[in-house]
Design a protein around this ligand. Structure first.
Ligand code: PLP
Length: 397
């Protein structure tokens, strides 16, 4: 069969592939230390589940408006206003089938063949593919480890051409855990706004920041930046609702309407039951979100200390999200038996085979020197995992 070129131009999501490999080992009865998962290990809060159940019992099981329930859009607008001071009318808000689909829709709505979209690396795995699927060209700009893998305004300036339509920005970052300060964010966003480049600001981990840092929403930085920003968020990470598939975004009405049009001809509305649950999540008590953030902070402290204690390993301090992204390239070129560890893919494979530890190779995020550890797992696993990592790296020669 001759499939469409757009299919052969992208790879399946590598993070999901790691999970599949780990599951295969588990099916053989092998205990896997899982640092591969990109989702909270906590369950969906009880009051949120209860609302989903209530929605089913009430027969709330039919189509909603294709771009989401007005009540949920209003809850999103209220959140953006209360948390970041952003003024969005509900016509500027859309509810999507997960945060991933928000990015996909934005590319479909804005990018023509030949257009460029700036993707800072290390990047979330799906951004380049979303651009390619829209016929555009992802322009990968590598942030430096010295700058904690954050892009500078000068780098953005240099990357912008007459074809640049948009730039993805992800703070707190998956995979690095880096968080842009307000000044860093403003500098980068101003360059985009002045050049008429839209900022796709993926703020999925906004609720998970550490060290007393203040999260800054990109759109809140100035009226000009507001007009050039789409604020992207969702229920998946803050409320442990990855399986419910609720993402949302707000931005210029013309662009949001365009996304709604595409959604109306593709997925239609996100699950009615999940939308009701998301309203409960947004409008209900937020203390569980805060408590979980505190848990992630403790794990971050521990895993970072252990990683930095390993000879040859360096790691930017994750100040948000639940990932550490250590540079393990000092071990590249070494051997495990006959196998040469020639990069992050070989390193991740080696760790899985030798000590049954699942990680995601940095190559999947455009940074081959690093591998990603998710610390959305319990302390016991983290402790065992760091022991195993020490042992595995020391065994290379
Ligand atoms: C998890 C994640 C999302 C959204 O995920 P969904 O499951 O599709 O809601 C978006 N951006 C980043 C960077 C993520 O890590």
């Amino acid at each position: 069969m001759e499939l469409a070129e757009r299919v052969t131009s992208i790879q399946p999501s590598p993070t999901l592939a790691v999970n599949a490999k780990a599951n295969a080992l588990r099916a053989q009865g092998i205990e896997v230390l899982n640092f591969g998962v990109g989702q909270p290990d906590f369950g969906t809060p009880e009051h949120v589940c209860a609302e989903g159940i209530k929605a089913i019992e009430e027969g709330f099981t039919r189509y909603t408006p294709a771009d989401g329930m007005p009540e949920l859009k209003q809850a999103v607008a209220n959140k953006f206003k209360a948390d970041f001071g952003l003024e969005y009318s509900i016509d500027q808000v859309i509810i999507n089938v997960g945060g991933k689909h928000s990015g996909y829709l934005l590319c479909q709505a804005l990018v023509n063949p030949g257009d460029e979209v700036i993707v800072p690396a290390p990047y979330w795995v799906s951004y380049p593919s979303m651009v390619i699927l829209a016929g555009g060209t992802p322009v990968i700009v590598a942030a430096t480890q010295e700058n904690d893998f954050k892009l500078t305004a000068d780098q953005v300036k240099d990357a912008i051409t007459s074809k640049t339509k948009a730039m993805f920005l992800n703070s707190p970052s998956n995979p690095t855990g880096s968080v842009y300060s307000e000044d860093e964010l403003r500098a980068v966003a101003e360059v985009c706004a002045e050049a008429g480049v839209m900022i796709f600001s993926d703020e999925m981990y906004e609720a998970i920041v550490f060290d007393g840092l203040k999260f800054t929403a990109t759109a809140s930085l100035s009226p000009q930046i507001f007009e050039h920003t789409v604020t992207m968020n969702g229920a998946s990470k803050a409320y442990s609702m990855t399986g419910w598939r609720i993402g949302y975004m707000a931005g210029p009405q013309e662009l949001i309407k365009a996304c709604a049009k595409i959604q109306s001809q593709s997925t239609s509305n996100p699950c009615s039951i999940a939308q009701r649950a998301a309203i409960a999540a947004l409008q209900g008590p937020q203390d569980e979100v805060v408590r979980r953030c505190g848990e992630f902070a403790k794990r971050r402290d521990y895993i970072l200390e252990r990683l930095l204690a390993i000879a040859g390993v360096s790691c930017p301090r994750p100040t948000g999200a639940f990932y550490a992204f250590p540079n393990v390239s000092a071990y590249y070129g070494k051997k495990a038996g006959d196998q040469v560890i020639d990069g992050s893919v070989a390193m991740s494979d080696y760790l899985l085979d030798s000590v049954h530890m699942a990680t995601v190779p940095g190559a999947a995020f455009g940074e081959d020197r690093c591998i990603r550890f998710s610390f959305a797992t319990d302390m016991d696993t983290i402790a065992k995992g760091m022991d195993a990592l020490e042992k595995a790296l020391a065994a290379l020669d």
